[in-house]
Write a protein that binds this ligand. Sequence first.
Ligand code: ASP
Length: 317
Amino acid sequence: MKYFYGFCILFLFVNFTANSQNYTLVVHGGAGSISNEMPAEMQQRYIETLDSALKIGAIILENGGTAIDAVEKVIVYFENCPLYNAGKGAVFTWDGKNELDASIMDGSNLMAGAVAGITRVKNPIKAARKVLEESPHVMLSGDGANAFASEKGLEMVDNTYFKTSKRYESFERQKSLYVKDKKGTVGCVVLDKQGNLAAGTSTGGMNLKRWGRIGDSPVIGAGTYADNNTCAVSCTGHGEYFIRLGVARDIAARMEYKQIPLENAATETIDKLTSIGGFGGIIAVDGKGNPVMKFNTTGMFRGYLKSDGTKFVGMLE
Ligand code: ASP
């Protein structure tokens, strides 16, 4: 009996120390037709901002912060950076407005919050977190979601805040050619030192979207999912396909039901996405801190950082 208790204490200690030392942070800034033809200076800006996002998350996690806090803060950084199709710099709807979607999920308790089609909240990911923590609902949309965020004291802006001249010029060009471009959505998945997983995604959606179109990003199970038992996932790409496959939850379900590693589960799901003609990518992390970044496009802005110092930042295949 004495040995049994000794073993239990050792087991708990090993488990505790394993969890209390490791963290992993993975980010994406959208997938799509990204090529080396992009001006070097622009490539550099993407690399620098991805790197800054990783640093912001690492400081929180290094100090014992929670996965969900790291996800929110990293996504706020991306939303404030006009390079990305989230928050300031979001793409335009057919009518020349910005409508934003975001979601966040806590893998420790399966709580989730999302906002869709919002037009006046400076940081949509903060509104998603408020839905998670301060409402009995999972998803709020449109004017109701704007009103909820305002009631909760979040910073509200005029819709023109999101407009950047660069994005507006490409909107006018694309509208005349009817080109639908999607890249620039942002996402973050985290394993924290306590062993908890969280995921979040934020986007302006597809440019030239109409009729209140909502993509996968705010849909829990499609664009975002987190469960401590399996993994945390954030997606980017052609949202309609991601919704139809329930991509984020599909990856977690494959791990759970088939007892396969995250890497294999993600490969299977992306293969299925490809087989139905969907394009995009995912970032994910499992409970052991293994990062996975997969896409079937020519590129995806992405990066990861682990507590052991392993790091990657890139955009091409
Ligand atoms: N998935 C987003 C949407 O369909 C767009 C993107 O990720 O680029 O709204």
